[in-house]
Design a protein around this ligand. Structure first.
Ligand SMILES: Cc1cc2nc3c(=O)[nH]c(=O)nc-3n(C[C@H](O)[C@H](O)[C@H](O)COP(=O)(O)O)c2cc1C
Length: 296
């Protein structure tokens, strides 16, 4: 038997959603502090806590970040939290206690520290949800490292990982409100595998992903627009999967007279060629910040 209060909290967590409509109500200091305290208590590899959270409430700074991250609602959030992977503080600790320090040379340490950052961020999201504060992550901070470094005074050995927008949202009618916001997710059977990995069959993909999660989403189009998408997705597929597969992509677009969800999400919205291009900016910034996984 699950206790009623716990059940209520679990339902709040199960009904969480990314909130992108904020009202201009201030988050009270005690509420914000509780949320942050939960974040600080998050699990951490070796309990080293290589994480810093920069809290931004100044409107002009929020406006600037909205511009940088191209998302209007950012400026309406009461509080922005920028999560950094931070070896700067650990390096200071090493210096003060005369310890060797080289975490910035280990890619595995880097991955674990990223996980640390997300543990803090997700604890904060959960606490906010339980306290009725809406939130949404912003990943586009990863496209504007230099600008954020200047704006937030980031020292060497720090990397912005993700940002959260926090604020109250309209909730006049909870049920209608949730219906409009809850995104469909994969079923437990698809995500959780018992004891060992179970490769997904094409049938399950069709049922669980295409039909159930994305409701057979298809953006119908014709004429010039159709030709434009055909040409663009052909070039992307040719680059990442070869010409033969690219021809199949185009054939499918013609048959459907439009693009389906996978083509939109994986080929167009998150264009893998453009994303691969961005690698060099990422690695340049990491190097500039003192990270080096590439030398022996
Ligand atoms: C790492 C990460 C980065 C994200 N970046 C953005 C973003 O830049 N803008 C945005 O509106 N939502 C962003 N989101 C939110 C996702 O779009 C959202 O979680 C997803 O659509 C599922 O919706 P739900 O959170 O309501 O279940 C991000 C989520 C994660 C986990």
């Amino acid at each position: 038997m699950i206790d009623k209060d716990i059940e209520h909290s679990l339902n709040l967590l199960k009904n969480r959603y990314s909130c992108r409509q904020f009202i201009s109500r201030r988050i009270e200091d005690d509420v914000l502090n509780e949320i942050l305290q939960v974040g600080i208590r998050a699990a951490s590899g070796g309990n080293l806590q290589p994480v810093t959270v920069i809290m931004i409430r100044d409107q002009s700074k929020k406006d600037k970040i909205r511009e940088l991250c191209w998302q209007g609602f950012i400026a309406d959030a009461d509080t922005l939290l920028v999560y950094l992977l931070d070896y700067h503080r650990l390096n200071s600790w090493a210096r003060v206690q005369q310890a060797p320090f080289g975490k910035q040379y280990s890619f595995t340490d880097f991955v674990i520290s990223m996980e640390d950052v997300m543990c803090v961020a997700q604890s904060i999201e959960c606490a906010a949800t339980l306290l009725g504060v809406g939130s949404v992550y912003i990943g586009t901070v990863n496209y504007v490292y230099d600008e954020l470094k200047e704006l937030l005074n980031l020292p060497p050995l720090t990397i912005p990982v993700v940002m959260s927008c926090l604020g109250y949202t309209k909730s006049d009618n909870e049920e209608i409100h949730l219906q409009g916001h809850l995104r469909r997710k994969l079923s437990q059977e698809v995500v959780v595998h018992n004891e060992s990995y179970q490769p997904v069959s094409d049938e399950t993909v069709k049922e669980e992903i295409v039909a159930s999660k994305y409701q057979n989403w298809l953006q119908k189009m014709s004429g010039e627009v159709l030709e434009k998408y055909k040409a663009e997705l052909f070039e992307v597929a040719k680059d990442v999967n070869g010409e033969e597969y690219a021809a199949e992509v185009v054939k499918r677009i013609e048959e459907q007279q439009g693009i389906n969800r996978a083509q939109f999400r994986l080929g167009y919205h998150y264009n893998p060629v453009r994303l691969r291009e961005h690698n060099k900016n990422v690695f340049r910034f990491y190097k500039q910040q003192g990270f080096d996984f590439w030398s022996e």
